[in-house]
Design a protein around this ligand. Structure first.
Ligand SMILES: [Zn+2]
Length: 76
């Protein structure tokens, strides 16, 4: 089961809609300013990127979600 982007956003603080997706406070480090970018890929995958350099896997773990919910197997 792939996590829906709304489920991810509901677990984040200071969520703001941007042209390409959303920004929010990064849950994986002490983030005073929103430095996490969230986007939804064309295939429905959720992409997360911390501008402070946190690994995406660390962000996913901090959200309490599993990596497989973000990057499902391609062969369905
Ligand atoms: Zn971070």
């Amino acid at each position: 089961m792939i996590a829906h982007v709304d489920e991810v956003l509901s677990r984040l603080d200071r969520v703001h809609r941007t042209a390409g997706g959303w920004t929010a406070r990064c849950p994986a480090h002490e983030d005073r300013n929103p430095s996490l970018a969230i986007a939804e890929g064309h295939d429905g995958r959720i992409l997360v990127h911390c501008h402070r350099g946190c690994a995406a896997s660390a962000v996913v773990a901090a959200l309490g979600l599993s990596w497989a919910q973000f990057f499902p197997p391609r062969h369905v």
